[in-house]
Design a protein around this ligand. Structure first.
Ligand code: TEU
Ligand code: CA
Length: 554
């Protein structure tokens, strides 16, 4: 297994709008990030994945980019960005940018030209099609509800948008699009950034002829139908040859709908495409049959099966990313742990132990290191996220769902759960802003905040700090081979790691009651690397609620 810095790193994701506001306008910004770099250095992370900071009308909070080479006004200036980059590098922290090139904003100059006339040189930068029988060109649905096509009267044609109508899809089959994107990426690499997280990069190659897709609900064809398309690997290999291979950078693909077989191509060890990918099968396990909206907990046995498939499936052939949280996912303590005062911290540490002792590069999403939990949404008016708002109205008004039945499901899985402001301290607005926050702060910030946890030895923050230190110390955690134990147990997640004769035993009780468990003989004399409880003898044969520990044997 080839050793590299991005395999041995821990990545911290910042959603700038909600991280830290430096000028009191209620919106997080780049100078706010710079002011928190010492906090991140203390946590011990190696790389920051920065969600988009480029110019954007913020229809999808920055994932709708109108200028890839200018900074969003609300976030600051390019000088602020350059200072943040230098300050991060001075602390040994790398910066990975979010590359959103499956689509642009409809306010991007490319789209303004493309829309203006059928013979504009940029016309084929996007997908324009005639309607069919007075309707959209095909049956594709958008990831954000509704059709994936918008009629534009300027040229009496429809354009494709897999996401919001303000996010028209770029036509990657057009070599001029690829050249413009690759040149832009090169200019960012020349500025000294350390890599890219590539937004929905698995969707960029659409099926020839844009045929109808199998229905995903009673209204539309599957929005994931363009995933892993006919030329996606060809385009990424071209990107690798023309840009990525020229720099010592890290790349991670957000590969919606990726399968294990496809991931082996995207993240192959020969390095011809990307370094690693995000897969989404595990975070789909607590969904409903027909969509993600549900109040179900994540089922442990299917989760163990899925994570084991990926651990064993990629070992030695590709590289894995490890995550439960990001700006699109609800807080993991609500899905897999217990947000009650009694079990919130111990279950947050149990979850972190389970994830961070696996093979792959772990991602910590802002606030996850504090055990932050979902927000108590009361009505659809509390939402900011267009995915949640659009889904609520489509499901109630178009599909007839009872609002009282669907609202709790949407509230539980809404992306806004992850986007409430970072909780820095117990001052007003959790120290996130001196102004009115763009999205309400979780009222539990007086109990859950960084200032209190940084100085408390047994806090979630200091537990994550220990996990990160362990990954920096033991090669077996980064490179060891994974083997699941007790696969069928519905409450215990137990696995081993092995490397050059050394062994690790990882024990996690994902239940709120005691369970009997005694480690195998070979581990009983081992070294306890970390544990989330210290009120009992680890070898007393009992696992307390949410108890987790790791034993290392030379
Ligand atoms: O997300 C892609 C995507 O599919 C998400 O919409 C997510 O998987 C979904 O919400 C889960 O139900 C990326 C970005 O991470 C997301 O924030 C953007 O909204 C989206 O692409 C469009 O750029
Ligand atoms: Ca601000």
């Amino acid at each position: 297994m080839k050793k590299t810095w991005w395999k041995e790193s821990v990545i911290y994701q910042i959603y700038p709008r909600s991280f830290a506001d430096s000028n009191g306008d209620g919106i997080g910004d780049i100078n706010g990030i710079t002011s928190k770099l010492d906090y991140l250095r203390n946590l011990g992370i190696d790389v920051i994945w920065l969600s988009p900071v480029y110019k954007s009308p913020n229809d999808d909070n920055g994932y709708d980019i109108s200028d890839y080479e200018a900074i969003m006004d609300e976030f600051g200036t390019m000088e602020d960005f350059d200072r943040m980059l230098a300050e991060a590098h001075a602390r040994g922290i790398k910066i990975v940018m979010d590359l959103v090139v499956n689509h642009t904003s409809d306010e991007h100059k490319w789209f303004l030209e493309s829309r203006s006339s059928k013979d504009n040189p940029k016309r084929d930068y996007y997908f324009w099609r005639e309607g069919k029988d007075g309707r959209e060109p095909n049956n594709w649905g958008s990831w954000f509800s509704g059709s994936a096509w918008k009629y534009d009267e300027t040229t009496d044609m429809y354009y494709l948008h897999l996401f919001s109508p303000k996010q028209p899809d770029l036509n990657w089959d057009n070599p001029a699009v690829r050249k413009d994107v690759f040149d832009m990426m090169t200019r960012w690499c020349e500025k000294g950034i350390d890599g890219f997280r590539m937004d929905v990069i698995s969707l960029i190659s659409k099926p020839a002829g844009l045929p109808d897709a199998p229905l995903m609900n009673e209204l539309y064809g599957d929005c994931g139908c363009t995933a892993n398309g006919p030329h996606v690997h060809e385009y990424l290999q071209e990107m690798n040859r023309k840009v990525l291979s020229k720099y010592d950078i890290m790349t991670v693909g957000e590969t919606a709908c990726v399968t294990l077989e496809e991931a082996k191509k995207y993240a192959n060890s020969e390095g011809t495409e990307l370094n690693m990918v995000f897969q989404f099968e595990h975070v789909g396990l607590d969904g409903d049959e027909q969509f993600k909206w549900s109040t179900r907990k994540m089922p442990l046995v299917p989760l163990k099966e899925n994570l084991t498939k990926w651990q064993n499936g990629l070992d030695g052939v590709a590289w894995n990313s490890l995550f439960f949280c990001n700006h699109d996912q609800p807080r993991v303590v609500n899905r897999l742990g217990d947000p009650s005062d009694e079990y919130r911290e111990v279950s947050a540490k149990c979850i972190a132990t389970c994830l961070h002792m696996m093979q792959g590069t772990p991602y910590v999403y802002q606030g996850e290191e504090l055990g932050m939990v979902n927000y108590p949404f009361r009505t659809v008016k509390d939402f900011n996220d267009l995915e949640s708002i659009n889904a609520y109205y489509e499901l109630t008004e178009k599909m007839g769902w009872d609002p009282k039945e669907i609202f709790p499901k949407i509230a539980n899985k809404s992306r806004d759960n992850a986007r409430t402001p970072m909780q820095w301290d117990d001052s007003p607005n959790a120290g996130f802003t001196t102004g009115k926050p763009w999205l309400a702060v979780n009222p539990n910030y007086t109990k859950i905040n960084a200032a209190e946890q940084v100085i408390r030895e047994d806090s979630v923050f200091n537990y994550y700090k220990k996990l990160i230190e362990l990954r920096h110390t033991y090669d077996i955690i980064v490179y060891g081979h994974y083997e699941l134990q007790m696969a069928e147990d519905p409450e215990l997640y137990i696995y081993t790691r092995e490397l050059d004769g050394h062994k690790l035993l990882v024990v996690c009780n994902f239940s709120d009651h005691e369970r009997e468990f005694m480690p195998d003989e070979e581990f009983r004399e081992g070294k306890v690397l970390i544990r989330n409880l210290n009120n009992n003898n680890i070898l007393d044969g009992i696992l307390e609620p949410y108890e987790a520990y790791v034993i290392y044997v030379e």
